[in-house]
Design a protein around this ligand. Structure first.
Ligand SMILES: NC(=O)c1ccc[n+]([C@@H]2O[C@H](COP(=O)([O-])OP(=O)(O)OC[C@H]3O[C@@H](n4cnc5c(N)ncnc54)[C@H](O)[C@@H]3O)[C@@H](O)[C@H]2O)c1
Length: 238
C-alpha cells in the first residue's frame, strides 16, 4: 500500500521501517513543518495514514484525513476528550479509523486477559485491585492511554469498582492507577490483586517500539477499502 506517516518522531521512524519491511511504500511524511500538505489534501496518492503525533495536533490531523477520504490508524494518546467530535465527523464524512491506546498485539492480548481476570475477581471481595504503569520521562500524558484502557476494562467486568483515579486513594470503589516515569523505559503495565494472604499480578512489558509500529501497520492494512470506526480487537479478529 501507499502509506502516509503523520508525526515523524520516535514512533513515526519505527513505523517507516516496519512498513517498508512489509512491502509498503511511504509516499508522504507529515510533521509539524509541513502539516499544511495534509490540510490541503496533497496526499501524493496515499491510501491510508498512520498518525502518531502529539495530543494537541491529533484531532486536526484526524479530521483532515476524514476530509480527504484517507483512512487513518491513530496511535497518539491524550486527546480522547474529543472522541465524540471525531466519531460524529467520521460518520458524517464516511471516514475510516482505528484508534488504539496501544497497537501492540501483546498488549491487546493483555487487555482481554485483564477482563477475564476481572470477571473472576469480581466474586472475590478479599482482593483489592490496582493498576501501575511505568514509561519514559518524555511521555506527555499521565496516566498512559493504555492504563486507562486497562482500568476501563477492569471496571466494566468487576462489580466493585465504579471509577478510577490517577493516585493512591483509600476509596474502595475507586480503582487506583499509579504512574511512574523513568528514563529510557518503553512501557510497562501491571494489574495487581492484593489480599491479606497473597497477591496476583499480570504484567506486560514492552521491550522496544516495534510491537506498537507493527500493530499500527496491520491496522492501516485492515482499513484498506473500509469505512467506519474500528478497534484493535477487530484488526486482530479477537
Ligand atoms: N498507541 C500506541 O501504541 C502508542 C505507542 C507509542 C506511543 N504512542 C503515542 O504516540 C504519540 C507519539 O509518540 P512519539 O514517541 O513518536 O513522540 P515524539 O515526540 O517522538 O513524536 C511526535 C512527532 O509529532 C510531530 N508533530 C508535532 N506537531 C505535529 C502536527 N501538527 N502534525 C504532525 N506531526 C506533528 C513532532 O514534531 C514529532 O516529530 C504520543 O502521543 C505517544 O503517547 C502510542
Amino acid at each position: 500500500m501507499k502509506l502516509a506517516i503523520i508525526g515523524y518522531g520516535k514512533m513515526g521512524k519505527v513505523i517507516e521501517k516496519v512498513a517498508l519491511n512489509r512491502g509498503h511504500e511511504i509516499v508522504l511524511k507529515i510533521d509539524q513543518d509541513n502539516v499544511d500538505l495534509l490540510q490541503k489534501g496533497e496526499l501524493n496518492g496515499a491510501e491510508a495514514a498512520i498518525e502518531f503525533s502529539r495530543p494537541e495536533s491529533a484531532v486536526d490531523n484526524i479530521l483532515a484525513c476524514f476530509q480527504h477520504n484517507l483512512p487513518v490508524a491513530v496511535g497518539t494518546t491524550g486527546w480522547y476528550e474529543h472522541w465524540e467530535k471525531v466519531k460524529s465527523e467520521c460518520e458524517s464524512k464516511k471516514g475510516a479509523i482505528v484508534a488504539a491506546t496501544n497497537f501492540s498485539v501483546g498488549v491487546n492480548l493483555f487487555f482481554e486477559l485483564n477482563k477475564k481476570l476481572a470477571e473472576l475477581m469480581s466474586k472475590r471481595d478479599e482482593y483489592t485491585a490496582k493498576v501501575e504503569e511505568t514509561h519514559h520521562t518524555e511521555k506527555l500524558d499521565s496516566p498512559s492511554g493504555t492504563a486507562i484502557t486497562i482500568a476501563e476494562g477492569l471496571i466494566e467486568k468487576h462489580s466493585l469498582y465504579q471509577n478510577w483515579e490517577n493516585q493512591q486513594t483509600e476509596k474502595n470503589t475507586t480503582l487506583d492507577i499509579i504512574s511512574y516515569r523513568e528514563a529510557g523505559v518503553p512501557g510497562t503495565h501491571t494489574v495487581t490483586y492484593d489480599s491479606p494472604i497473597d497477591q496476583i499480578s499480570i504484567s506486560h512489558k514492552a521491550k522496544n517500539r516495534e510491537g506498537f509500529a507493527l500493530g499500527a501497520v496491520l491496522a492501516a492494512e485492515f482499513l484498506n477499502g473500509k469505512t467506519g470506526i474500528y478497534q484493535m480487537k477487530d484488526v486482530l479478529n479477537f
